[in-house]
Design a protein around this ligand. Structure first.
Ligand SMILES: Cc1cc2nc3c(=O)[nH]c(=O)nc-3n(C[C@H](O)[C@H](O)[C@H](O)COP(=O)(O)OP(=O)(O)OC[C@H]3O[C@@H](n4cnc5c(N)ncnc54)[C@H](O)[C@@H]3O)c2cc1C
Length: 432
């Protein structure tokens, strides 16, 4: 059977699954080897006491072009966040007007007159330019990085935004998305993300984010996926498993995160592997609580510009999509700020202390369900890191790579990289 395999895909995250499905659709025989007990990679959902807890706060943006292309969005039964958000400043919660789709209006209400007209005009101009670029198909964050690519912060400063405006709008919103408040993520990633929020809604699938990889995996032949199968190395196209077996296929796709790919592949396979990494991958923390009722009372994202506690954002997924909480309960999910130094053991208590200022003593009845720490949530997307990425999916004869680290750190980027790797593999199998 092994000799008949057209392609071995190492890693069953979104990129690997998307790659495998595209190859199967093209009539190729594929084996997916996944180290973990289940596929899905970073898009995972745990069940605790009947609550569905996504491993890290994630949203699917329904404007993602690759999602529209690859997913059966209807059967995901997406629940949508309301346009608008609650913004916490000190102990105050201000309702803002659609920060994702109407940033200008949102910023105006967020700042309630504390921003000058110049910054308001700058954001209107930014929005217009970004949406025009999106409409013209010029907004592909997966393109190779240009030599003069800037950070988001540098781009915002070059546009003339005031430091105060950046701190009160861009840092809480986009710092939460990029998992870094320094806004060192490259400008093309910012522009794409800005456009996606402006063009669509942030969504959650019924029953948790894991429904997304589950949907793709369901399209693969039953025996195509082997979970609990860590790969130790890829040497001259031979896949060596951790249990000592060796497998061969006509092609191999390494669909892991970047750090795992560096361990698996021979030295020098990935460009820039020997260069000092500017930052390394970005982590995340999430604290989940069971509550008797929702503190927000609707599908609204709460983001925090209040730096007195650990909360980066707070959502009630059970207000957004079905299946997140058992009947009569609400799931409260809190992302911890990346720069919060407090330890995990104290995180739930620190969250409750901060949230008490917003919702009152009712938060003391929240029951901690889980505190999760995700080591590698997003790849480094600073300009320096992006310039080290491989161009194209082919690394060597018969060896290919995909994953969000070669495109962009998102569901869209992972799906796109998987599809492109499948196209490259298929072409090489056809000609070779
Ligand atoms: C906390 C958090 C928040 C996020 N927020 C968002 C968001 O709001 N919106 C959004 O679009 N994206 C978000 N993302 C990003 C998105 O989840 C990722 O970009 C995407 O899931 C990456 O998919 P991937 O297939 O490239 O990598 P992965 O999901 O990492 O898949 C790689 C797979 O390879 C497997 N593997 C590794 N080593 C081996 C080995 N030696 N042998 C076999 N298998 C191996 C792993 O177990 C894993 O299953 C977030 C991610 C996190 C963690």
């Amino acid at each position: 059977m092994h000799d008949q395999t057209d392609c071995i895909v190492i890693g069953g995250g979104l990129a690997g699954l998307a790659c495998a499905r595209e190859l199967v659709r093209r009539g190729r025989r594929v084996r997916v080897l996944e180290a973990a007990a289940a596929v899905g990679g970073r898009v995972a959902t745990d069940t605790v006491d009947g609550f569905r807890i996504d491993r890290g706060f994630q949203v699917y943006l329904d404007a993602y072009p690759e999602g529209r292309r690859q997913l059966d969005v209807g059967s995901l039964k997406l629940g949508r966040f309301e346009p608008g958000a609650l913004v916490a400043e000190g102990r105050r919660l201000r309702r803002v007007t659609d920060p994702w789709r109407r940033p200008l209006a949102a910023v105006r209400s967020l700042l309630e007159g504390t921003v000058g007209i110049a910054d308001a005009l700058r954001i209107a101009r930014l929005r217009g330019e970004v949406l025009a670029a999106a409409a013209a198909g010029e907004l592909d964050p997966d393109r190779p990085a240009a030599a003069d690519e800037r950070t988001t912060r540098a781009a915002l400063e070059a546009r003339g935004f005031s430091a105060r405006f950046i701190a009160r709008f861009f840092e809480p919103f986009f710092g939460g998305v990029f998992l870094e408040r320094g806004l060192e993520t490259a400008e093309p990633i910012f522009a794409f993300t800005f456009a996606m929020f402006a063009l669509g809604n942030a969504c959650l699938p019924a029953g948790g984010m894991a429904a997304i990889p589950r949907q793709i995996a369901a399209d693969l032949p039953a025996d195509a996926i082997e979970v609990g199968t860590p790969v130790a190395a890829v040497e001259r196209g031979v896949v060596r498993l951790a249990d000592g077996r060796s497998l061969t296929g006509r092609a191999v796709v390494v669909a892991t995160d970047r750090l795992a790919a560096l361990r698996l592949l021979p030295a020098g396979s990935l460009p820039g592997a020997d260069a000092a990494q500017p930052r390394g991958e970005k982590g995340a923390r999430l604290v989940a609580f069971a509550a008797e009722r929702s503190p927000i009372g609707g599908p609204t994202l709460l983001v925090s510009a209040d730096r007195s506690g650990p909360i980066d954002n707070l959502t009630v997924p059970s207000d957004v999509a079905a299946g997140y909480a058992p009947a009569g309960g609400a799931l409260v999910a809190v992302s911890v700020r990346p720069d919060w130094a407090g330890d995990d053991a104290a995180a739930a208590a620190d969250v409750v202390r901060q949230a008490r200022g917003w919702f009152g003593s009712v938060v003391e009845q929240w029951r901690p369900l889980a505190t999760l720490r995700i080591g590698h949530a997003l790849p480094d997307e600073s300009p320096a890191a992006r310039r080290l990425r491989p161009v194209g999916a082919r690394l060597a004869d018969g060896v290919f790579i995909c994953g969000d680290h070669v495109t962009s750190g998102s569901i869209n980027g992972a799906l796109a990289s998987g599809r492109r790797a499948a196209e490259a593999v298929d072409a090489s199998l056809t000609t070779g």
